[in-house]
Ligand binder design. Structure first.
Ligand code: ADP
Ligand code: MG
Length: 310
């Protein structure tokens, strides 16, 4: 049995957390306990994770460096977050497993994800990243750095980058080999470092791939037994946040597609998770799960959260 677990941003920086190293360790240790439960049940484990707050933090940090220091690109920032968060997660899992008397190692794989420059997102980028700028300043950074700046509905101007569809995880064979040797593998962090084929060779591109969609592609290619998306809500709701709200316990993939088409799931949050589970269930004929990080084991067992069935 091989379980692919996609960890939400709340696993490391819950809403309201300052993001200090101390708080990161506290949060990741909670996540590690949940993941260790699954390993203890006997499943092989591949863990993916988001990086929204951390990549935003790095881009802002680059932005505030003295001007004699070169700015780093977004692909490098994503790579940095894979090392940063991958280390936190892998170290915390090993520690938790050791506490339970299990001598199992965890490894982090810097992971690239193939995207196409033909993706419509490259002509019409949609993903806001980093800090908010005033109009004047936005014009200046756009001129100096070539960034695409757009007015954020939440106020101010922000950089927008393409969020293309993931086509393939380039390290999938390495990940499979390590899983087969018994390692817990942390991979595809932040949706992977986007690369595209340009004149016959792979080039990094400044884009952000959704981590849930990338996890789904990885889970399909690894022929995982299940894809489990752990987040800060107890599953998928219909009528979310409205009086008629209903939490789904079990849903057939074709019913979930209908709800998706009705616009039940917003693009920046539950939308990509729903597309991710639909893709996995349709391609593999196996089940997927969405639920609370704190209830991970019960979510994997199908006792809690939402079970998406073929
Ligand atoms: P993560 O960091 O785990 O990717 P997101 O914030 O991207 O978390 O997505 C989870 C959020 O999706 C929940 O906190 C919830 O507010 C929101 N959400 C939007 N629509 C729904 C829905 N229909 N059912 C459940 N949650 C939803
Ligand atoms: Mg998300």
């Amino acid at each position: 049995m091989l379980t692919v677990i996609a960890l939400g941003g709340n696993a490391i920086t819950p809403r309201g957390s300052s993001g200090s190293p101390r708080e990161q360790w506290d949060s990741v240790r909670v996540a590690a306990r949940a993941l260790a439960d699954i390993v203890e049940e006997g499943s092989k484990l591949v863990v993916t994770h988001g990086n929204g707050p951390q990549v935003g933090y790095l881009m802002e940090a680059f932005d505030s460096l003295p001007s004699i220091m070169p700015r780093q690109t977004l692909d490098l920032a994503v790579a940095m977050t894979q090392g940063w968060l991958g280390f936190l997660i892998a170290h915390a899992i090993e520690e938790e497993l050791a506490r339970r008397g299990l001598r199992k190692r965890a490894v982090v794989i810097p992971t690239r994800v193939l995207v196409s420059l033909e993706d419509p997102e490259f002509s019409n980028p949609s993903k806001y990243i980093g800090r908010y700028y005033g109009e004047e300043e936005a014009r200046r950074v756009s001129r100096e750095l070539g960034w695409v700046m757009r007015r954020d509905p939440r106020g101010g101007f922000r950089r927008v980058v393409p969020s293309p569809r993931p086509l393939k995880i380039l390290e999938v064979d390495v990940i499979r080999a390590l899983v087969d040797q018994g390692y817990v593998v942390v991979a595809a962090g932040g949706g992977g470092i986007p690369v595209a084929m340009v004149n016959g060779s792979l080039k990094p591109v400044e884009a952000v791939v959704d981590k849930d969609l990338a996890s789904s592609v990885l889970a399909v290619d690894l022929e995982a037994s299940s894809l489990v998306v752990l987040t800060d809500v107890p599953g998928i709701a219909i009528g979310y946040g409205r009086p008629e709200e209903i939490w789904l316990r079990k849903v057939k993939v074709e019913d979930l597609k209908r709800y998706y088409e009705k616009g039940e799931f917003p693009p920046g949050s539950m939308g990509p998770k729903v597309l991710a589970v639909i893709n996995f269930v349709e391609k593999t004929g196996r089940t997927a799960h969405i639920g609370l990080l704190e209830e991970a084991l019960d979510v994997v067992r199908g006792l809690k959260g939402t079970v998406i069935e073929p």
